[in-house]
Ligand binder design. Structure first.
Ligand SMILES: NC(=O)c1ccc[n+]([C@@H]2O[C@H](COP(=O)([O-])OP(=O)(O)OC[C@H]3O[C@@H](n4cnc5c(N)ncnc54)[C@H](OP(=O)(O)O)[C@@H]3O)[C@@H](O)[C@H]2O)c1
Length: 335
């Protein structure tokens, strides 16, 4: 337990009230946090931004999150262990790790952060800080949507499935394409024209430009009917999905907090429809799944596409980009 960080200050980016977007982010110098018994102190090497981070700032789950103001946002962090709490067994000083912090308390946009041992995973040398910080929320949402909600087995042992992934160029979508192709799947993907070659290179079998009439209609160029849709954007009504689904097709909506999705979900339930809308309200972040995707990255089976990297001193530029909704892959901030 080195004492070098005790009573020293660190740079952090925080906000003091709901709303205000990137302009409300403030740069501050605050005490370096101290790890509790079940925590480690990390020197942050990279942190990734997720739309949920700015949605929390907007008050999407007010008054529960953030728990307190001022709030240091962001949860997906890669770093080096500087101190370990008394009860920590599996990590030691000097380990390179990736972790997910609690959304209620945040803490990622800073030079140092404390993380629970149970949420922290060893990062092998083949996996960079930025590539691994990109993973937690986005890759684990893709993993949960595919394996739990859509029932895809990622070892090619399941039946053949036709999958549609919307917004395949985004944070969640680009992992969903790569993970889906580990299963026995045919993947159709949507994205903007500028990202078609990228999404094909991630493994998609066919890619449609969402700004064309075929893309807006979600039609598979080869005429496939989708057994599952991993729906990573918003604003597409059920009437567009419905004719493209197989008889038992499901739409797994990862942004279901809107009236149309809720009403469709209830209506499909009440009418015992075989075609279903499955809301994925919340990703259950599990370290075993994070370890699994880190390992896939080490083996070269999954990669992170990095949209842009921003120094902590310009974190608000990354925040504004994230709010804009047009990132290709993940936005990274580096202290
Ligand atoms: N339920 C959960 O636990 C959970 C977890 C993670 C994320 N989410 C939610 O899932 C959504 C996606 O997250 P994300 O991190 O993947 O977002 P993101 O990285 O910000 O997505 C940006 C990408 O979406 C593309 N896009 C935008 N509209 C599109 C459309 N109509 N069709 C096809 N592509 C489109 C953009 O392409 P262009 O630039 O070409 O427009 C851009 O590449 C967000 O609403 C987020 O809050 C939910």
């Amino acid at each position: 337990m080195a004492a070098s960080t005790t009573s020293r200050l660190m740079k952090a980016v925080l906000y003091e009230a709901y709303g205000g977007g990137s302009a409300a982010l403030k740069h501050a110098e605050i005490p370096i946090p101290r790890p509790k018994d079940d925590e480690v102190l990390l020197k942050v090497e990279a942190v990734s931004l997720n739309p949920f981070d700015w949605k929390i700032q907007n008050g999407v789950i007010r008054p529960f999150y953030p728990r307190n103001f001022p709030h240091i946002p962001c949860t997906d962090v890669a770093g080096e262990v500087l101190k370990v709490g008394e009860g920590v067994k599996s990590l030691k000083v000097g380990d390179k790790v990736v972790t997910f912090l609690n959304h209620a308390t945040g803490g990622g946009l800073a030079e140092y952060a404390v993380a629970k041992e149970v949420s922290t995973v060893y990062r092998p040398p083949e996996v960079t800080a930025a590539d691994s910080a990109a993973l937690p929320v986005a890759a684990l949402t893709a993993h949960q949507a595919l394996t739990q909600a859509a029932g895809i087995k990622l070892d090619r042992n399941g039946p053949q499935s036709n999958i549609l992934i919307t917004a395949a160029s985004g944070g969640v979508g680009h992992y969903a394409v790569q993970l889906a192709k580990l299963g026995n799947t045919h993947v159709t993907a949507t994205c903007g024209a500028r990202n078609i070659e990228l999404v094909k290179s991630l493994g998609a079998d066919e890619v449609i430009d969402y700004k064309t009439s075929e893309g807006a209609a979600l039609k598979s160029p080869s005429g496939k009917k989708y057994d599952a849709v991993i729906h990573c954007t918003t604003g597409i009504p059920w009437s567009v999905f419905e004719p493209n689904l197989s008889s038992n097709g499901k739409v797994i909506d990862i942004t279901p907090a809107n009236a149309s999705a809720v009403l469709t979900f209830i209506f499909k339930k009440l009418t015992f429809s075989k075609k279903k809308l499955v809301p994925l309200w919340w990703t259950s972040l599990k370290s075993e799944n994070l370890r699994y995707v880190v390992n896939l990255m080490k083996e070269g089976k999954v990669k992170s596409v990095i949209d842009s990297r921003h120094p902590l001193s310009k974190a608000e530029e990354g925040w504004a980009k994230c709010m804009d909704g047009h990132a290709t892959g993940k936005i990274i901030v580096e202290p």
